[in-house]
Design a protein around this ligand. Structure first.
Ligand SMILES: NCC(=O)N[C@@H](Cc1c[nH]cn1)C(=O)O
Ligand SMILES: [Zn+2]
Ligand SMILES: [Zn+2]
Length: 489
């Protein structure tokens, strides 16, 4: 149950919920899509808007330049700056660093959105819009929590640091380098790192996340010449790039979802009895999860198989083909150059460079059997490692307590099938405790056409973060007591 202090904060948050939603609306309105080069300025604008908000809280904000990156067919493109901010520097208090991103996946009304993706629209208690849950809503919930302490003139019981980026959806370009560079400075006094960039496993039951899959993204280019050709004039007499590419893509997975690339499963951690029991104990409504997807049948029928194939086995997804004619109507063309995009979600203990080599070799072998004179080029634009944390870390204890206070129930301890590129880097480089504390529900449709966060989750999520500050402070007090006792004995 909540304390008097918590009740005071919760009341403030409830009373100001429409203002919090208004700010989310303003943030969603910025088309901060980090994938499409033409929208890069909007990402930078979004980062600046976030920096303004942090300054309003009284934080010291540094905008770190990340340089530029090279995209195929595009002159080098400026990366949006990275926000490093801090609020409070009391040596008696623990320091919590929040990581989030304010860039979004691409979205167009024509993709099948019922509402304009960049106009946050409330329908039946749900706030629809691109970035509502991934990740603008959670970033703002954290900021709202801080703002609530400030507005009530309450002492924030922890020092806060913020690392907010604008390139997460494009693989967190430039971020790893900064984490390494800042390890002895920005991160030196950080005790805990909290990420809130994933979803619960259920539409209603809160969760705490201790692992994510990694990802290797591949681009496979097949080219026959410099320009597209008329299929009447050349169809039937040339090796078509698209035919080669479709054959290559079709050779990657079988109908049961098994990846066909030799060696891919070699390093996957073996399944121990104890781990198996973990999946059996998890509360997971398969029907609800299926309904959320809108898909009638999954590749597996049991909860245990589904969870294992989301969290502890790799998967291969084909995302798209650049250069293919995709508009409505018929265009009788043979595209000269097509680029297939797919990715492999990696799990412990798979290795990125081994995975890259296995895939490149396999594609070259399949291609060489086709006797095609076309040019094949395989590249790896981005990759990220899987991450698994120790759930016995005190940070998880604090979060469990905060969840119990706000939601009245214990969280489901989960892993996530998606990727937070920087999670493992944070853990490896800084050696600090890293935790993912989601506030979005399983039906939030991240990356999809009906992305949303519910009003309830956004507001309760704000309360959760405020409570987490208090729980971490309590925990730190206890930890100090323990270490004092140890030294005096
Ligand atoms: N909400 C986290 C998220 O969606 N992350 C992306 C990151 C990524 C991975 N590969 C390319 N981008 C995800 O797809 O998991
Ligand atoms: Zn995200
Ligand atoms: Zn995302």
């Amino acid at each position: 149950s909540s304390s008097g202090l918590e009740n005071q904060i919760f009341q403030y948050i409830d009373l100001h919920q429409n203002e919090f939603i208004q700010t989310l609306k303003e943030w969603v309105a910025v088309e901060s899509d980090s994938i499409q080069p033409a929208l890069r300025q909007k990402v930078t604008r979004m980062v600046e808007l976030t920096a303004d908000r942090l300054r309003d809280l009284g934080a010291t904000v540094e905008l770190v330049k990340l340089g530029s990156h090279k995209l195929p067919d595009v002159q080098s493109l400026l990366l949006p700056p990275l926000i490093l901010a801090e609020l409070g520097k009391d040596p008696q208090k623990p320091t919590v660093c929040f990581y989030g991103h304010v860039d979004v996946q691409p979205a167009k009304k024509e993709d099948g959105w019922k509402t304009d993706p960049y106009t946050l629209t409330e329908i039946d208690g749900n706030l629809y819009g691109r970035g509502a849950t991934d990740n603008k809503g959670p970033v703002l919930a954290w900021i709202n929590a801080v703002e609530s302490f400030k507005a009530l003139k309450l002492d924030i019981p922890v020092n806060l640091k913020f690392i907010i980026e604008g390139m997460e959806e494009a693989g967190s370009l430039g971020l790893e380098e900064i984490v390494k560079k800042e390890n002895q400075r920005f991160f030196s006094d950080v005790d805990y790192i909290v990420i809130s960039d994933n979803l619960w496993l259920s539409n209603r039951k809160p969760a705490l996340t201790y692992g994510t899959r990694g990802n290797i993204c591949f681009s496979v280019e097949v080219r026959c010449g410099e320009r597209d050709l008329h299929s009447g004039s050349f169809g039937g007499i040339i090796h078509e790039p698209m035919t080669d590419l479709i054959a290559l893509l079709d050779s990657l997975v079988d109908t049961s979802g098994r990846i066909l690339i030799p060696g891919v499963y070699d390093d996957v951690a073996s399944l121990m009895e104890e781990e198996k029991k973990l999946y059996e104990a998890i509360e997971f409504d398969l029907e609800e999860y299926k309904n959320n997807s809108g898909v009638k049948k999954f590749l597996y029928d049991t909860k245990e198989e589904i969870l294992m194939h989301l969290w502890r086995y790799p998967s291969l997804s084909i995302h798209g083909i650049e250069g293919a004619f995709h508009e409505p109507g018929i265009k009788t063309v043979i595209p000269a150059r097509v680029i297939g995009k797919f990715s492999i979600r990696q799990v412990p203990h798979m290795n990125i460079s081994i995975g890259e080599h296995q895939v490149i070799k396999y594609l070259q072998d399949v291609f060489s059997k086709r006797n095609s004179p076309n040019k094949l080029k395989v590249s790896v634009p981005i990759s990220a490692m899987p991450w698994v944390a120790d759930i016995n870390d005190p940070l998880y204890t604090a979060a469990r307590r905060a969840i119990k206070t706000v939601f009245g129930q214990d969280p489901e301890m989960i892993r996530d099938g998606s990727t937070i590129p920087i999670a493992q880097t944070f853990q490896n480089i800084t050696r600090k405790s890293v935790m993912m504390l989601p506030i979005g529900a399983a039906d939030d449709a991240e990356h999809s056409q009906k992305e949303k966060i519910s009003r309830h989750n956004y507001i309760q999520g704000t309360k959760l973060f405020a409570t987490l500050f208090l729980e971490i402070a309590k925990l730190h007090g206890q930890l100090q007591e323990v270490s004092n006792t140890t030294t005096t004995n």
